[in-house]
Design a protein. Structure first.
Length: 365
């Protein structure tokens, strides 16, 4: 796939922790109980500044063009060392692009101001805010609007560059223009209407019309539905029926779909809060799906086990060189030429990186 010296971008999940309970996030079960496969004995994983320093040496950081704090399960704002990690990267590469995705529902004004100062003009924060005061919490459960608003203001007042990603549902589609106007008033550089890719099941690729949320006690909360306007639906999902008609099923399509790996093109790797290196968040994300009693039924575990098990993929133990030496990157890339997912072709690669059914890129069309 690529060599260590070819890496130009890092996608970093610094923590599995989050104060929110978003109903379509794999961190929890529909917004309720925490995913039982995460962490160890109920303690969720988080990387420290010392972990980051041990994995990413100054010489390596100098070869990078970008680092993104995001991840599959947690939000960087609740991690202890997020600001210090960003400062470490900035210290050793003043010109690299630094970015962070967040729900914005934590930390005080001084922290947000300091974050803006650290990122400078070569960085930004993507605020994932899906509505206004009366609607944002319907999906971003447990996120308080007054904190979100305060975070925006403190970051922008500190000179920070902000982007607002507005994930559109039926309950907030009427607020798009009001939110866009508010973003302009606050000094947000970019306002993006994001068309959800999650109204398709992650395990069978079946189209779904709704998604029922719940709280920590298992009580039903918001019933999520796609926006009523066709223009606000993810256009890739509209292609699903034609693909099924042509190939017989989505699985048969994935067997032959041309894979154009996004991260191979950009030279990116993913570091999870466990310290595990994988090519991307999607391959790593298949490791701990909450709906499996045994998460190792997922196909990606065949490749992890071939590499010597997940412990061998921990950069906190073996460094970047040790993880690359397992051959997992090349093994994953070689799977794309195999005939069918039942014969070893990695299905998640076909699901996320085919131009014919680009549910990821189509979120921003």
């Amino acid at each position: 796939m690529y060599k260590l010296e070819d890496i130009r971008q890092i996608h970093l999940e610094i923590t599995q922790k989050c104060q929110a309970a978003c109903t379509m996030c794999d961190r929890n079960i529909n917004g309720g109980a925490i995913n039982p496969h995460l962490g160890c004995n109920g303690v969720l994983d988080e990387l420290t500044l010392d972990d980051i320093k041990s994995i990413f040496k100054p010489k390596f950081i100098k070869q990078l063009k970008a680092m993104q704090l995001c991840g599959n399960h947690g939000d960087p704002i609740v991690a202890r060392d997020t600001l210090e990690v960003l400062q470490y990267f900035r210290e050793h590469n003043p010109d690299m692009w630094l970015s962070m995705n967040t729900n914005a529902g934590a930390k005080d004004d001084f922290w947000w101001y300091s974050l803006a100062q650290t990122l400078g003009q070569n960085g930004r924060v993507i605020f994932s805010v899906d509505g206004l005061e009366d609607t944002n919490h319907l999906y971003r459960q447990n996120v308080q609007w007054k904190i979100v608003e305060r975070s925006f203001h403190a970051f922008i007042e500190g000179g920070g560059r902000a982007r607002w990603d507005f994930l559109v549902f039926d309950f907030n589609e009427h607020q798009i223009e009001e939110a866009r106007a508010k973003a302009k008033q606050w000094g947000v550089e970019e306002f993006v209407v994001k068309k959800s890719s999650r109204f398709i099941t992650g395990h069978t690729s079946e189209k779904k019309e709704s998604h029922q949320g719940q709280n920590r006690k298992g009580k039903k909360t918001q019933l999520l539905k796609e926006p009523s306007s066709k223009a606000l639906k993810n256009p890739a999902l509209l292609k699903r029926n034609s693909l099924v008609e042509k190939y017989g099923s989505m699985d048969k399509f994935y067997d032959v779909a041309e894979i154009a790996c996004r991260v191979a093109k950009t030279g990116s790797i993913y570091l999870s809060a466990e310290g595990i290196i994988m090519p991307c968040c999607w391959t790593a994300g298949r490791m701990y799906k909450w709906w499996h009693k045994d998460p190792k039924v997922e196909q990606i575990w065949q490749y992890i086990d071939k590499a010597g098990g997940k412990e061998k993929l921990k950069a906190t133990k073996y460094g970047l060189e040790g993880v690359f030496a397992t051959g997992i990157m090349d093994d994953i890339a070689s799977s794309w030429d195999k005939q069918g997912c039942n014969n070893g072709r990695i299905k998640v690669c076909a699901m996320k990186c085919t131009k014919q059914f680009d549910v990821v890129g189509s979120q921003y069309e």
